[in-house]
Design a protein around this ligand. Structure first.
Ligand code: DQA
Length: 143
């Protein structure tokens, strides 16, 4: 299967930012974890991160043209207010799983709202980096 993992703003700062919340592993560790997982399952994977809303939207639109079959997205703080990313996700008929490393429901109230989740197939929250692997397994039908 052809998969895309998208990470939004500040996720490139894993291992640097708020380690008590997001853990000690850095972004390179996450990318490696995802690539190894895809490789084991025989899946094609692209991992993309941007701090810019437009770049994430461009990537979602590109996924439509390039025949991506499943998307895992952690939109970072855009989760809570980006109608533009929501609209981009709603535009394509591809299964999408939203992932959050932290349990957003245990945190500040503004994090309890996701404007993107209603246009996703499902959501994985608070299971750390392993949440991405669970999301990939769901999309590939492994679990
Ligand atoms: C996050 C949660 C968001 O509220 C936050 O803005 C992030 C990361 C998570 O993975 O837990 O940047 O999406």
């Amino acid at each position: 299967m052809k998969l895309l993992v998208l990470n939004g703003p500040n996720l490139n700062f894993l291992g640097i930012r708020e380690k008590g919340i997001y853990g000690n592993q850095d972004y390179a560790y996450l990318v490696n974890l995802l690539n190894e997982h895809a490789q084991k399952g025989g899946h094609e994977l692209e991992v993309f991160q941007s701090n810019c809303e437009g770049a994430l939207i461009d990537k979602i639109q590109e996924a439509y043209h390039s025949g991506v079959e499943g998307i895992v997205i952690n939109p970072g703080a855009f989760t809570h207010y980006s109608y533009a990313i929501r609209d981009a996700l709603a535009s394509i008929q591809v299964p999408i799983v939203e992932v959050h490393i932290s349990n957003v429901h245990k945190r500040e109230e503004f994090r309890h709202v996701s404007v993107t989740a209603p246009v996703c197939t499902g959501q994985v929250v608070g299971l750390g980096l392993r949440g991405y692997l669970l999301a990939m397994d769901y999309l590939t039908g492994t679990v």
